[in-house]
Design a protein around this ligand. Structure first.
Ligand code: NAD
Length: 529
């Protein structure tokens, strides 16, 4: 069946009406900051034992909202509810389940600028970044709904006297554990995939983005999902995460986040406690140490622009961000000079003001950690550019872009994921060496190449082994369906989000064979007795 899925267009902020809509949403949301967001279990709002303050990273004295801090007892209750709701949801017609997602997409479209405004305040996303995140959430709803409709058609292999049917059914209770950096889209994508395939869900957002998650929960409540099918359980990962993951009734863990937590979840999920009569399925999307290779003959202007956008967009806090650029010796100095000039021209300031290109990092932990990375980088490599945040330092969690040159590819700057606006520029002798360096990290998420040589492009397509490779464009901003997203090696164990195989991870295939010869079988007689 041909899918009619269409990508949601991004807002064009060069148009006055889009700017006015976003400005007005920011003003309205600005007046609603500081609210409380309880848990939702079995359709009921539950006030927890404690709250987590969510802070605006652009203005650290501003509380965006207080989100419930679930206790282990709340987590138990959420799982029990999801177990109870499962049989009816499993047996709900797939087309009906898909309709809930189409309806959610409509609500998100209606609340589009408002949803973006919450992200600007809670996560320090610039307008365009926040808008793209909402568009992606809409895409996940629509795309997975279409995919479910496609998958719901059983595969029949009927022969004379025997009917064979192959079809999918859901696994059970899914725990969705999400990061803060795409606070709506990633949470929405994992949740809708689990729901539409017929699993019941515990939605556990990141501590830093609980308010945006609560807004997503409002959307699902508005479309009328039956109580208990989706439960909202914000809380501290270290406190409730292990309980949710290890619980004998949890069938699926859909996780996106750091390598460290992803591996711990994978390990814990491999243990099969007494009474758990199935093996858990873990879907984990993790980190990256993404490189862009610049070729000898690359268009330098395009390469510089693409690298700057990929490295410093949303302050480098994207799993897809470029944190290494590999440049041939002959072009190294010229490229570096232009890269530094372009980086210098970035303006730093609060995310709600569209005049700035770089905003704050997510929280104080990230701010402190990145300061340490910068200090260590200065000691181990040559500082080509160290931006300065000036007076913004006292106001929010601002870290200026940094470019380090003459980076040893084996050093920590060349190997570790930092999740901030820090870029390593690495020298290579030729394409062979560039490819070796590019592949020689534990991750395989995104990568890029700027080149005008068809032979080099063909070779890099074959030999630069990453989940998403981009040629002559930036390496961030994957679109649902068009660029299914996700990595391998230590970047992930799942198949790609927004791709044709994603939903398969949430289901079990079954085959039913029926002998139709009916020798000696008289159902009417039996029924009539
Ligand atoms: P994180 O791993 O710190 O947290 C992610 C989630 O895990 C949060 O909800 C957190 O509360 C929870 N958590 C923490 N400890 C837990 C535990 N012991 N058990 C269960 N859950 C626990 O990651 P983050 O800082 O929120 O996000 C940044 C990371 O996410 C980066 O490494 C980035 O590359 C990665 N990421 C990957 C992708 C991808 O598609 N591959 C997308 C976005 C982000």
């Amino acid at each position: 069946m041909h899918s009619t899925f269409q990508i949601e267009p991004l807002s064009d902020f060069s148009r006055p009406e889009s700017r006015a809509a976003m400005k007005s949403a920011l003003e309205q949301v600005g007046r609603r900051l500081g609210g409380n967001y309880p848990l939702v279990i079995a359709g009921q709002e539950i006030s927890p034992g404690g709250w987590i303050d969510s802070i605006d990273p652009s203005r650290k004295t501003r509380v965006v909202g207080r989100c419930a801090r679930a206790t282990p007892a709340n987590a138990e209750a959420a799982i029990a509810t999801a177990v109870q709701a499962f049989p009816i949801w499993r047996d709900t017609e797939p087309g009906r389940r898909a309709q809930y997602l189409f309806d959610a997409a409509k609500v998100l479209r209606r609340r589009r600028f408002e949803m973006a405004a919450w992200q600007v305040y809670e996560c320090g996303k610039q307008w365009r970044e926040a808008d793209a995140d909402v568009a992606e959430a809409i895409d996940f709803c629509d795309f997975y709904a279409h995919e479910m409709i496609r998958m719901a058609v059983p595969r029949l292999r009927n022969v004379a006297g025997e009917d064979n049917s192959y079809f999918y059914e859901p696994r059970g209770v899914a725990v969705v554990i999400a990061p803060w950096n795409f606070p709506l889209a990633i949470l929405c994508g994992m949740t809708t995939a689990a729901l539409v395939t017929g699993n019941t869900v515990i939605m556990k957002p990141a501590e830093q983005s609980g308010v945006v998650a609560a807004k997503l929960m409002e959307v699902f409540r508005e479309v009328g999902l039956p109580p208990g099918v989706l439960n909202f359980l914000p809380g501290v990962g270290e406190v409730i995460g292990p309980l949710l993951v290890g619980h004998r009734d949890t069938a699926i863990i859909a996780f996106t986040g750091s390598l460290k937590v992803g591996l711990a979840i994978n390990q814990q999920a491999a243990v099969t406690p007494p009474g758990q009569h199935f093996v858990k399925r873990v879907i984990a999307e993790m980190g990256g140490k993404n490189a862009i290779i610049v070729d000898d003959d690359a268009d330098m202007d395009e390469a510089v622009t693409g690298v700057v956008e990929s490295a410093f967009g949303y302050q480098g806090q994207k799993c897809s961000a470029c944190s290494r650029v590999i440049v041939p010796e002959a072009k190294y100095d010229a490229f570096l000079a232009r890269l530094v000039a372009a980086t210098k021209s970035l303006t730093i300031g609060p995310a709600d003001d569209p005049g700035f290109s770089v905003g704050p990092v997510i929280d104080e932990d990230a701010f402190n950690r990145l300061h340490e990375v910068v200090a260590r980088g200065k000691a181990e490599a040559r500082t080509a550019y160290a931006g300065d945040v000036g007076a913004l330092a006292g106001r929010g969690f601002f870290i200026a872009p940094h470019v380090f040159a003459a980076v040893d590819p084996k050093s920590f700057l060349g190997q570790d994921e930092f999740f901030g606006p820090i870029l390593a520029v690495i020298k290579s002798r030729n394409l062979d060496e560039a490819l070796r360096i590019a592949n020689d990290v534990p991750y395989a998420l995104t990568g890029g190449l700027y080149s005008r040589s068809p032979a080099h492009i063909a070779r890099v397509r074959r030999e630069f082994r990453v989940g998403n490779l981009y040629i002559n464009r930036k390496c961030t901003g994957a679109l649902v369906d068009r660029q299914p997203f996700g990595g391998f090696k230590l970047s992930g164990i799942g198949s790609k989000a927004g791709g044709p195989d994603y939903l398969l991870q949430f289901v079990l295939p079954r085959t039913i064979t029926e002998n139709q010869m009916r020798r000696g079988f008289a159902p009417e007689a039996a029924a009539g007795e």
